[in-house]
Unconditional design. Structure first.
Length: 164
């Protein structure tokens, strides 16, 4: 299921793009609910959950900040392949996508704050731009988070501690 609108709101030129707020807010609310499932009982600062997808791929979710109404988490993809040992660090960094996400508990929404080389994902970008961001970069980034969350919930295996 895609949360992308069928047509971007464009009035004559490319610079008049307006984000579809209903679509973005729906996606952020959906991501919040999925993140609650992914985090499960992990709510304290520094707690981590590790999802094994396959022999070569895993995801790490770490709680970085907890306040009364918000939490900040990092979500990283990890390649478990040993063939990356001889590859330069900058290339390996590009192969390990990561996001920083803020959860707004009072509004029940999750928003991607930063991803990879984008320190702050803006709601819209003029196009063309020097960084080659899409006009709807925020929508696409939050959709990408949604796909990661679905992947973790569908295929992820988690080590669970059993208490007796």
């Amino acid at each position: 299921m895609s949360f992308f609108p069928n047509k971007a709101l464009v009035n004559g030129t490319r610079n008049n793009y307006r984000p579809n707020l209903v679509s973005l807010m729906t996606l952020c609310a959906n991501n919040y609910m999925l993140l609650l499932k992914v985090l499960a009982d992990k709510t304290a600062l520094g707690e981590r959950r590790h999802f094994f997808i396959s022999d070569f791929l895993a995801y790490n979710v770490t709680i970085k900040e907890v306040t009364r109404y918000t939490s900040v988490i990092s979500f990283e993809q990890e390649s478990l392949s040993h063939s990356l040992k001889n590859i330069p660090g900058i290339v390996v960094s590009a192969l390990h996508p990561r996001m920083t996400i803020r959860l707004y508990h009072d509004a029940r929404m999750a928003e991607v704050l930063s991803t990879q080389d984008i320190r702050q994902v803006k709601p819209r970008y003029d196009y063309p731009n020097n960084q080659m961001h899409q006009q709807d970069e925020k929508q696409q980034t939050n959709q990408f988070l949604n796909e990661w969350l679905h992947l973790c919930l569908r295929l992820g295996q988690v080590n669970v501690e059993l208490h007796s």
